[in-house]
Design a protein around this ligand. Structure first.
Ligand code: TMP
Length: 252
């Protein structure tokens, strides 16, 4: 890799200084973690797949006027992105009950919700990303009331759009996590989508078989994690088997 300044290293990605002011380079690693870093492994090719999958989804969101940080994909593992002030909140949108919702509230696994639920978690590994509500966000000034309104509106639009998009590929969008940031342009900030949208932070079930095509395969030791990500990439049409083989020698 070229010699450039590392700004931040997360569990699945690294951010480097970008070529111009207000830009960063987002590098996708093969590392997978779960349960706040307690479970760790490498999934060969995951970074490449997430790079392509997230590029496609962010591009589709832009097509429907939902702004996000992607400027362009640079290569197999990197994207040029806009530099943002990250809002320290993880927004989870749920369509079907599973995961922590089922564990916390004893709701039946797989229940289709009457309407989507939006939840907020504080991005704080030391505290295990605790669940918070809108009052916390406003009182502790993690976002202003206007920003929060925009975050909720964007999350809902993204869910509506992506639910239909994935359904057309025979995939149910069960739930997913979003992050947002403030993008400053001429002293004015707008809220735009950050991070990535990929099988690392979405739950995706095959419509016919309910087969999990996402990171739950890793969290729950279901095996064939990379294969599931590849399946999502192929259904989205972002990478062919041949292109992928050029990068990753070992079969997933
Ligand atoms: P949960 O059911 O474990 O709360 O997860 C809800 C959704 O958020 C699921 O699609 C996975 C995603 N998620 C992340 O992207 N990062 C996380 O740290 C957690 C806990 C969940």
């Amino acid at each position: 890799m070229k010699n450039r300044k590392k700004i931040y290293e997360g569990k699945a990605k690294i951010l480097y200084q970008g070529p111009e002011p207000n830009t960063l380079i987002q590098y996708f690693k093969d590392d997978a973690t779960a349960f706040n870093n307690k479970k760790k492994d490498q999934i060969p090719g995951k970074g490449v797949l997430n790079n392509f999958i997230s590029e496609l989804i962010m591009t589709r969101l832009k097509d429907v006027n939902i702004s996000n940080h992607l400027i362009k994909r640079m290569n197999m593992r990197e994207q040029l992105i806009k530099k943002l002030d990250i809002i320290p909140i993880e927004v989870v949108v749920r369509n079907i009950a599973t995961g922590s919702l089922v564990q916390r509230l004893g709701i039946k696994e797989g229940k289709v919700l009457n309407r989507p639920i939006i939840e907020f978690y504080l991005k704080n590994d030391k505290l295990n990303d605790p669940i918070i509500n809108e009052e916390h966000i406003i009182v502790f000034e993690w976002a202003t009331p206007n920003e929060l309104e925009e975050i909720i509106s964007l999350s809902s639009r993204i869910n509506d759009f992506l639910t239909g998009y994935f359904f057309s590929l025979n995939i149910r969008l069960v739930d997913f996590k979003l992050e947002f940031g403030r993008y400053w342009d001429n002293e004015e900030a707008s809220i735009i989508v950050a991070d990535e949208i990929s099988p690392d932070n979405c739950r995706l079930w095959d419509v016919k078989t309910n087969k999990k095509l996402d990171k739950d395969r890793f969290r729950q030791d279901l095996g064939e994690v990379g294969k599931a990500y590849k399946e999502v990439a192929y259904r989205l049409g972002v990478l062919s088997e041949n292109e992928f083989k050029k990068v990753i020698k070992n079969d997933l």
